[in-house]
Design a protein around this ligand. Structure first.
Ligand code: CS2
Length: 475
């Protein structure tokens, strides 16, 4: 069987959807930083549909700053790959919207050059929460390795903030217009945060005129992205072959659902993503709470409870009646903390339970459990504060934090079958390894990560609930 490439044509009798446009006729317009599975299942899938519907020079140059084996797998395929949607039915699409991939630290100068050509009108990112190098309050984190290096040597950027600032500086020098910077990570007000970080960095490292250029000309829309995308399992290659008739070593799998809600402030145009169902709204705050507090918050709870109970996948947690009851309670509390919206949150919660239970998606609890200290503030702590303020049920948030603490504690004491992967892992281990009583443990977790567990949450009724739940979860 032959390998998927630009020369491949649909095989007769195979169900896969192929690009209805000629990818090679479309230039690139987007540089995407962090070309992992999620971006290929989300941004690229929307862009593929937008190109099919409305055309334009909007193919995506994908970049991996740390380097990824993906580049070597995709190059012989002319950057075509199969996206397999797995739900009640299996559907495959061959994606043509990926133009090329630039991979590895040694290619950063090439990447910078690509970001400083007229064709590049959007720089988008999926680099995970920790990839931004920001503190809990959204300032540059000088202790973050990329930020520390870039502050010392702004001419050789290593991370996304330095790279964006350097590319905008180059554009300013060349007299080119600025680009739109589009965060596709699960951070609240991701565009606003990124803008502040880039401006802070530019003020510290570049000529003051760069700050003015960015303020006046660059755009940083915020957005909410959603598509559950596991690390692909081996079956995906068989499914891709069965659906397309070609071998694809870069095939990925995802769920049928996808959602993208964006502020429509782009300074240099954009693909017609609305043709693919993206929603452009004046204010994304409500959608953001809905997604981060309901989907991601519950996901984190599922991840830690799953790891503690030896459940490898989200669907295994959902299949356990006691644990799925806990999921329902969490969703209910998150929806009450949000309050009335123009969106039906009950239906949203039901859809989430169905998505989490999808038997065809093996989404590892260990994958979601990663980087808890980077995720919990916007997923659990923010709704906890909202619930306290609104007078709604806050217990599930205290419970979720207790589960996380127990998850870290077990590892810190050398009793876990799993590894904790977290930028604060070392400090957590140090603080938690010698604790004994519940009170002790709680204080130690707060001392290790005050931005996850602010002191004000340790007192009063929330603190009491936390202690009670820690007691139950540890027992
Ligand atoms: C997950 C998300 O890994 C995680 O922390 O909660 O990646 C989640 O799958 C996506 O946000 C779904 O859109």
């Amino acid at each position: 069987m032959s390998r998927l490439s630009a020369a491949s044509v649909p095989s007769s009798g195979k169900a896969a959807k192929w690009p209805s446009y000629r990818p090679q006729d479309h230039g690139s317009g987007i540089v995407h930083l962090g070309i992992g599975n999620f971006a290929r299942a989300h941004l690229l899938s929307y862009t593929d549909d937008a190109l099919a519907a409305h055309g334009g020079d909007w193919r995506v140059v994908g970049a991996s700053l740390r380097g990824s084996p993906l580049a070597g797998l995709l190059e012989p395929q002319d950057y075509r790959y199969t996206l397999v949607e797995r739900g009640v039915e299996t559907k495959a699409s061959v994606i043509g919207a990926l133009h090329s991939v630039v991979s590895g630290r040694e290619r950063i100068p090439d990447l910078l050059a690509l970001m400083a050509v007229p064709a590049c009108r959007i720089v988008s990112l999926t680099v995970t929460e920790k990839g931004y190098g920001l503190t809990g309050t959204g300032r540059l984190d000088a202790a973050h390795p990329d930020i520390a290096q870039e502050l010392a040597q702004p001419q050789s950027p290593q991370g996304v903030i330095g790279l964006i600032a350097a590319a905008l500086a180059l554009r300013q020098q060349k007299g080119l217009p600025a680009f739109t910077v589009l965060s596709c990570d699960n951070l609240p007000q991701n565009g606003r945060r990124l803008r502040e970080a880039v401006l802070e960095f530019a003020a510290l490292t570049h000529d003051p005129s760069l700050v003015r250029f960015i303020e006046a000309h660059a755009a940083f829309p915020s957005g909410v992205v959603d598509r559950i995308t596991p690390i692909p399992g081996k079956e995906v290659f068989e499914l891709a072959r069965a659906e397309t008739g070609y071998d694809d070593l870069a095939a990925i799998e995802t769920e049928p659902f996808r959602q993208w809600i964006l502020e429509d402030s782009f300074c240099a145009g954009r693909p017609a993503w609305e043709a693919a169902g993206a929603l452009f709204v004046p204010d994304i705050l409500d959608y953001e709470r809905m997604k981060l507090w309901m989907l991601n918050g519950t996901h984190s709870l599922i991840a830690y409870a799953g790891c503690l109970h030896g459940k490898a996948f989200v669907r295994d947690v959902m299949a356990d009646p006691r644990l799925s009851e806990m999921v329902s309670r969490h969703l209910q509390a998150a929806s009450m903390a949000i309050g009335q919206l123009g969106i039906d949150l009950e239906t949203y919660a039901e859809t989430l339970k169905t998505r989490f239970s999808n038997p065809a998606i093996a989404h590892a609890t260990a994958q979601i459990a990663m980087d808890g200290t980077q995720k919990l503030p916007q997923r659990i702590i923010a709704p906890a504060f909202a619930a306290l303020k609104r007078g709604t049920d806050f217990e599930p948030f205290a419970f979720a934090i207790a589960v996380w603490i127990a998850y870290v504690e077990r590892w810190a004491k050398g009793l876990a079958a799993y590894e904790v992967s977290d930028p604060q892992g070392a400090v957590l281990r140090e603080e938690l390894s010698e604790t004994s009583s519940d009170v002790d443990l709680l204080r130690a977790a707060s001392a290790a990560c005050p931005h996850v567990l602010p002191a004000e949450l340790l007192d009063g009724k929330f603190g009491a609930a936390l202690l009670r739940h820690i007691g139950t979860v540890r027992a």
